[in-house]
Design a binder for this molecule. Structure first.
Ligand code: NAD
Length: 491
């Protein structure tokens, strides 16, 4: 059986505990690998290696050099994209069609931030103070801790690691305990690209045993986290005890809003992509479908007709549309929400249970499910399910669409389907979400800021500004003429 060790100071190493835990293939239910069970001692070693690498030169290295290494890493990731894509599928059960396109794409993050590394410039400030020269510079923090979830492991590492390294930080990564394999294999490419030992380290294991000591470690100076809002809140509280900056990419309950003037076929496809792609296990899922009342029934009928054609089965097969749920607890959570929605009085018009039909294997398939008659106050409308479960909510007009769309604790994304450009702009201004898509859904790029309003997160990843989350600004004053002025008065 394949064993995945930690990666510390450029070497694969066994866990301090001597213990391992199983990784299951979500499609077959079979144990296919063993993962090192990390603890605080492993974190201490990894942070020590990262700190030494930072102090021994990486922190003062030329940004052009860092950019070249990041470009080299991008090439290696592209070379190995197919292998890594299949590895992701084996571990998280998402479709090869999607994970393959992600692994072919992630090189761009390293290339983009590699290109940005030597374009971070301070300024000379023409201050009001006589005989003073003042300039600013941007400096890395030192060791940063990167904590990721199971749904898009390598992509979400790239969102963080690429800007962190470009800025001159060193890193300790804690991948999800459910999907550690791809991150552990990816760091071999970091070594092959020529990064000095200790610049990037990986410690695998559970949140409480590895993630928490990483956040608490006195030498970790910044945390970037993607995961649930509950874990994000804990991490933020623990980061606050040390007064370190924390960026958080959390969950969502995004409204996907269809007006009666929209291209209906495109909107149906957008609704399907919003909730059934990735088996609904995506933070940007359009899990609340708001449909204008004037065409509600007609639209929902067509949606059901198309959703029924989704092929359920083996995620490795390129013609599968809906694969298994990734983890046993997540499967149970989705099943519980199906019961909750029914008990709340939502009307189940498609699916509504576990799927055991053709193509299903293992025990973690859920039927693509649509509930109509959902009231926005129901739990099925307010809480993140993270599965293929859609709540359809009718609305009367633009005003009501905005009111329902924003009546939620989350604010990660929103979709608007309309042929009226004025309405598209008005809606994009009024929806309280970090991303608004108009006549499309689920588009992200390394070039474009991504992050949440409200409980969906703090800070932004991707885009040029994202690198600033990994830098701190310093102001330097130099006297151009020395004088023995009165020391008791501020200059
Ligand atoms: P999770 O919060 O359970 O775990 C995420 C990571 O945090 C894991 O590595 C886990 O081990 C670690 N962790 C848990 N508790 C911790 C603690 N107290 N201290 C330190 N680390 C801890 O999330 P998950 O179930 O793996 O992922 C699903 C969630 O992630 C969903 O809510 C989803 O919306 C969210 N997500 C958000 C984005 C985004 O960019 N906004 C992207 C993908 C997923």
């Amino acid at each position: 059986m394949k064993k995945y060790q930690h990666f510390i100071n450029g070497e694969y190493t066994d866990p301090d505990s001597g213990e391992w835990f199983d990784s299951e293939n979500p499609y077959t239910g079979e144990v296919w690998a063993q993962i090192a069970k990390g603890n605080a001692a492993d974190i201490d070693k990894a942070v020590g290696a990262a700190k030494a690498a930072f102090e021994n030169g990486w922190g003062r290295s030329s940004p052009t050099y860092r950019g070249k290494l990041l470009n080299k890493l991008a090439e290696l990731l592209e070379r190995d994209a197919e292998r890594l894509g299949k590895l992701e599928v084996q571990d998280n059960g998402k479709l090869l069609a999607e994970m393959g396109s992600q692994t072919r794409y992630i090189g761009e993050w390293y290339r983009y931030f590699g290109g940005l590394a030597d374009k971070i410039e301070g300024t000379v400030i023409p201050t009001d103070k006589p005989n003073m020269f003042n300039f600013t510079r941007y400096e890395p923090f030192g060791v940063v801790g990167l904590i990721t979830p199971w749904n898009s492991p390598l992509l979400l590492v790239a969102y963080k690691l690429a800007p962190a390294l470009a800025a001159g930080n060193t890193a300790v990564i804690k991948p999800s305990e459910f999907t550690s394999a791809s991150t552990v294999e990816m760091v071999a490419l970091i070594k092959e690209a020529g990064f000095p030992d200790g610049v990037v380290n990986v410690v695998t294991g559970y949140g409480a045993e590895v993630g928490a000591p990483l956040v608490d470690h006195p030498d970790v100076e910044k945390i970037a986290f993607t995961g649930s809002d509950a874990s994000g809140q804990k991490i933020y509280e623990n980061g606050a005890k040390k007064l370190i900056p924390v960026t958080l990419e959390l969950g969502g309950k995004s409204p996907n809003i269809v007006f009666d003037d929209a291209d209906r076929e495109a909107a149906v496809m957008g609704a399907i992509s919003g909730i059934f792609a990735a088996t609904g296990q995506t933070c940007i899922a359009g899990s609340r479908l708001l449909v204008q009342r004037s065409m509600h029934d007609e639209f929902v009928s067509r949606l059901i007709e198309v959703a029924k054609t989704a092929k359920i089965g083996d995620p490795m097969s390129m013609d599968t549309h809906v694969g298994p749920v990734t983890t046993p607890p997540q499967f149970q959570k989705v099943m519980d929400y199906l019961d909750i929605a029914k008990a709340e009085g939502a009307n189940c018009v498609l699916g509504g249970g576990a799927y055991t039909g053709e193509g299903a294997k293992g025990k973690q398939f859920v039927e693509p499910t649509i509930f109509t008659g959902v009231n926005n106050q129901m739990r099925i409308a307010q809480e993140e399910v993270f599965g293929p479960v859609l709540s359809v909510i009718p609305f009367e007009d633009e005003e009501e669409a905005v009111q329902i769309g924003n009546d939620i604790n989350f604010g990660l994304a929103a979709g608007v389907w309309t042929s009226d450009m004025g309405r598209a702009i008005r809606m994009s201004e009024r929806l309280r979400a970090g991303t608004v898509w108009v006549n499309t859904y689920r588009v992200v790029s390394y070039m474009t800021p991504f992050g949440g309003y409200k409980r969906s997160g703090l800070g932004r990843e991707n885009g040029q500004q994202a690198i600033m989350a990994y830098l701190q600004q310093k102001s330097v004053w130099i006297a151009t003429e020395t004088s023995a002025a009165n020391p008791f008065i501020m200059k």
